[in-house]
Design a binder for this molecule. Structure first.
Ligand code: GH3
Ligand code: MG
Length: 381
């Protein structure tokens, strides 16, 4: 089929089972109409499991992955200015589970990479007019950093191959003419390698998320809040932007634990976290500071912005009591301290000031908001 990309079009050839899925995705992401031409070529024999004698494999993480991964969501992009090569590859991969997308030039391939998700393998010819394979592979790294890159060429000299690998990030070299079974295996190996890399990336993101999250409430943990505080204080010093901090603590929380049990106490902590999320902006950072004590960091906020967030939180907490076992109602309140960051403050000065304000709220009867400006310190001292 022909897919329009910008001012030009590209030929997209896909294996039989994958074409409809790709049509859906491509038509959605390209937001343009597509002309669909079903090819009439005959299927070839299924993949053979023999080892690959010719291809150079720089690294093979894929061997650690179960051979049975579902390859149908993945795409393989082939770039070659020779139409016959593209037709042969189309025929060769007709029975393969992944989508094979063929384009005539590096420029078309780059436009395609911008809108195509899950490109696992990029196979490029070396000698092409305008943009050669190495230049294309170098540029493709920005758009599809995890994709496995392969150089497919009939004219190999050592400099070209080295450049494609070192600069273009190619990890496989396939010579023309290719051995069919070897090429199919190499592509599948590339997809498995991509899958592993993607998995590692997802795990890394998940580990990072867990390292900054309080498991009970899902809010930021103390460490992450302090890291953010440090950054925001630096930003405030550098650019002179306002920064406020709210610190609050649940009133008589020990009572709740003693009366209704620790599990009910945990429910209260989760409920308070939910109330907090409901009153803050996306740019605010809410965290559990420890026990029943929470903080909200409010970048680009002056005292009156922070007081209004604190008041909404106070209302939200007392206004929505928790039902326990459909019978008893747990009424909770919080004492809130609000503080403004001063031009000569350190991060801990801001924390201490908010803590002082919160202590005042406790002292003055709980379920209330107290405020401390940095000028209050100066007046007091
Ligand atoms: P105050 O109004 O003065 O704050 O009184 P309080 O009873 O809330 O006193 P305090 O803040 O010192 O009590 C904190 C309690 O929070 C003590 C501790 O057992 C309880 N706590 C700390 N972490 C957890 C937790 O993860 N789950 C539960 N259920 N309780 C916790
Ligand atoms: Mg408390």
């Amino acid at each position: 089929m022909t897919v329009p990309i910008g001012d030009s079009t590209c030929e997209v050839f896909m294996s039989q089972e994958a074409d409809e899925r790709f049509m859906d995705r491509a038509s959605l992401s390209l937001e343009q109409s597509c002309l669909y031409e079903r090819d009439k070529l005959q299927p070839i024999s299924p993949v053979c499991q023999s080892p690959s004698p010719g291809g150079i494999e720089m690294s093979d993480l894929s061997r650690t992955v179960d051979d049975s991964i579902d390859m149908s969501p993945f795409s393989v992009v082939v770039v070659d200015d020779d139409q016959n090569i593209l037709h042969s590859l189309k025929r060769l991969t007709r029975r393969e589970p992944y989508s094979l997308i063929c384009v005539n030039s590096g420029a078309e391939a780059l436009k395609l990479l911008e809108v195509t998700p899950q490109v696992a393998v990029i196979i490029s010819d070396q000698r092409m007019p305008v943009m050669n394979g190495t230049d294309f592979l170098v540029k493709s790294r920005k758009l599809a950093p995890l994709a496995v890159r392969m150089l497919l060429t009939g004219y190999s000299d050592i400099e070209t191959t080295v450049a494609a690998m070192n600069e273009g990030g190619a990890t496989r070299y396939i010579s023309k003419p290719w051995l069919e079974e070897e090429l199919l295996q190499t592509i599948q190996g590339g997809i498995r390698h991509y899958y592993v890399q993607q998995l590692h990336m997802e795990q890394k993101i998940e580990f990072e998320r867990l390292a900054m999250t309080d498991t009970l409430t899902g809010l930021s943990n103390r460490r992450h809040v302090l890291e953010c505080l440090e950054k925001e204080c630096l930003r405030s010093h550098r650019y002179g932007c306002q920064l406020s901090l709210i610190m609050f603590d649940i009133d008589n929380f020990k009572h709740i634990n003693d009366l209704l049990g620790h599990a009910a106490g945990d429910d209260v902590l989760r409920k308070i976290a939910k109330d907090t999320n409901n009153v803050i902006r996306i740019s605010d950072i809410a965290g559990r500071y420890g026990g029943d004590e929470f903080v909200i960091l409010l970048p680009e906020s002056n005292l009156s912005d922070a007081i209004s967030v604190a008041s909404r939180l106070l209302q939200s907490v007392v206004g929505t009591p928790i039902m326990q076992n459909h019978e008893s109602i747990i009424s909770v309140s919080v004492s809130i301290g609000v503080a403004l960051f001063g031009p000569y403050d350190s991060p801990m000065d801001l924390i201490n000031r908010a803590d002082q304000a919160m202590y005042r709220a406790k002292k003055n009867g709980r379920n209330r908001v107290e405020v401390l400006d940095f000028q209050d310190d100066q007046e007091e001292s």
